[in-house]
Write a protein that binds this ligand. Structure first.
Ligand SMILES: Cc1cc2nc3c(=O)[nH]c(=O)nc-3n(C[C@H](O)[C@H](O)[C@H](O)COP(=O)(O)OP(=O)(O)OC[C@H]3O[C@@H](n4cnc5c(N)ncnc54)[C@H](O)[C@@H]3O)c2cc1C
Length: 465
């Protein structure tokens, strides 16, 4: 069998513990975290160095083996799950998980691609620096995966997404050649910026093995509040008002709709609810600055009062701040426990977001009377998680997915928005990419893929159908 020859050669490159072939061992790596896609793989390799990755990639090239790069397997769109052919090698970066060094003078950190996001944050904090990328999966997602989907999260408003936080990359190409772009430069105009092609490429162009990431001074004060707002337009006015007063000290501004509070209350009984009765809309605001917590909290309270906010919960210490964030971060899990919903990760220009919300919901209800929209997310980035529940919350709910998607994504397109703000395309949205980004844009993307991966072996079935 050709696969036996390949596996025998693989065993000459890596230690036995770094290769998995038993179907039971492979199973968790072949299932996506939403349990929507279940694939099969020939084997899983977990190399320990860039040189080992390169050797494995050369071998795969010689044997025509497709490669599925995998980090923490937290993708929301099946991006790291192999197809059902059983021909692919999963290349996991989990053994390359070191934080290689913090350069406090350059304000950078160099990491291996398998480093877990929370470990990177912690190492930087220990060096009195902030690596600001943060989201609910920080404890399990890995830097390579976050780069490969250009993840965003909770602090994009002030610090930008992974693209904006990256200075350099090292990448192993499908041929096994190593591209060393691991530069720590803030200015480098030397032709095409190749690293930007790998960021957001979802493992379809090569394997990211190391990265240099930007750091910031570590803020010493935090203040957070959850505030009731009359609606999304008022929330946006509040955000702009706060920014006028305290500029980019506003690090997060999250919009939360009533159904989110209801779901968290139902599935997390121990979590205290901030308001009674539950408001239609609220925002979670965080400020960060230098100095003491107390004066920053006082300033936030003052600003909320000046803005005419009638009901707000102000966190008085770190644990109260964490409690407020807990309410926000348990929304995805509460939805998962509730059952199947049709999920959308959309963005529109921030100024259009209130109007989008006004228009889109009624269009869905006009066709699906039992639909309930659960909307929440990063208002300051114009990015909402816009999920639609039906009365049937079993897998049967997926039967209307295409029709619901068409309503939502057509509406997003009308407002000049994106059908994938931060989660990527994976295998979930390949047809949608072709529909809304067809023509020259898709042709150029296919051309780039052809340059880097002419044999089409990198993460087949992702991005392109
Ligand atoms: C609870 C939860 C909350 C989340 N919140 C957010 C959020 O707020 N914002 C946001 O943007 N995302 C969010 N996500 C999704 C987000 O995509 C992931 O958390 C994360 O960025 C992906 O990292 P990962 O290591 O799990 O990648 P994986 O899921 O393993 O892989 C993702 C993609 O990257 C590719 N890949 C992985 N490693 C490499 C590599 N080294 N080289 C090349 N390609 C590679 C894979 O092939 C795949 O295409 C959330 C997910 C969960 C489960």
């Amino acid at each position: 069998m050709p696969s036996d020859v390949f596996l025998a050669a693989l065993r000459t490159l890596l230690a036995p513990a770094d290769i998995l072939t038993d179907p039971d061992d492979l199973a968790p790596y072949c299932l996506d975290q939403r349990r929507r896609y279940r694939g099969q793989a020939l084997a899983l390799a977990r190399p320990r160095s860039t040189e080992e990755v390169a050797a494995v990639m050369r071998l795969c090239d010689a044997h025509g083996i497709p490669v599925v790069p995998q980090g923490g397997n937290t993708s929301n769109c099946g991006a790291a799950t192999p197809d059902e052919s059983g021909r692919s090698l999963i290349l996991s970066l989990e053994r390359m998980n070191r934080v290689l060094g913090v350069d406090t003078a350059n304000n950078t950190v160099t990491v291996e691609a398998g480093a877990i996001l929370a470990d990177v944050q912690k190492a930087c904090r220990a060096a009195n620096r902030l690596f600001p990328a943060d989201w609910g999966a920080a404890g399990s997602c890995r830097i390579g995966g976050a780069l490969a989907v250009n993840a965003g999260g909770l602090n994009v408003l002030r610090y930008g997404n992974m693209r904006e936080l990256t200075l350099g990359l090292e990448v192993v190409l499908p041929s096994g050649e190593i591209w060393n772009g691991l530069r720590a430069l803030r200015k480098d105009n030397t032709g095409y910026d190749l690293k930007q092609l790998f960021i957001g490429s979802e493992g379809t162009l090569g394997i990211i093995t190391r990265a240099v990431l930007r750091l910031f001074p570590l803020p010493t004060a935090r203040a957070a509040a959850m505030a009731v707002v009359p609606g999304p337009a008022a929330a946006l006015t509040l955000l702009r008002g706060l920014q006028t007063e305290v500029g980019d000290r506003v690090t997060s501004f999250e919009l939360i709709g009533r159904p989110c509070f209801d779901l968290v209350a139902k599935h997390f009984l121990a979590l205290a609810q901030p308001f009674s009765p539950t408001p239609e809309w609220a925002v979670l605001i965080e400020l960060a600055d230098y100095g003491e917590n107390g004066p920053l909290s006082d300033r936030l309270l003052e600003l909320l009062a000046e803005a005419g906010v009638e009901d707000a919960v102000l966190a008085r210490n770190e644990s109260e701040i964490d409690m407020l964030w807990c309410l926000r971060e348990e929304i995805p899990e509460a939805q998962r426990r509730e059952g199947v919903s049709i999920k959308h990760d959309i963005s529109v220009p921030v100024s259009s977001l209130p109007q989008f919300l006004e228009v889109c919901g009624p269009r869905i209800s006009a066709v699906f009377a039992d639909a309930q929209v659960v909307a929440f997310g990063h208002l300051g980035d114009g990015n909402l998680h816009y999920n639609v529940f039906r009365s049937d919350k079993s897998a049967q709910a997926y039967s209307d997915e295409a029709a619901i998607n068409a309503i939502v994504y057509d509406c997003v397109a009308e407002f000049g928005g994106s059908f994938s703000a931060e989660h990527g395309i994976g295998q979930l949205k390949t047809a949608i990419l072709a529909h809304y980004r067809g023509g020259a844009e898709l042709t150029l993307m296919r051309g780039i893929k052809q340059v880097f991966d002419p044999k089409g072996r990198m993460n087949p079935g992702k991005l392109f159908a």
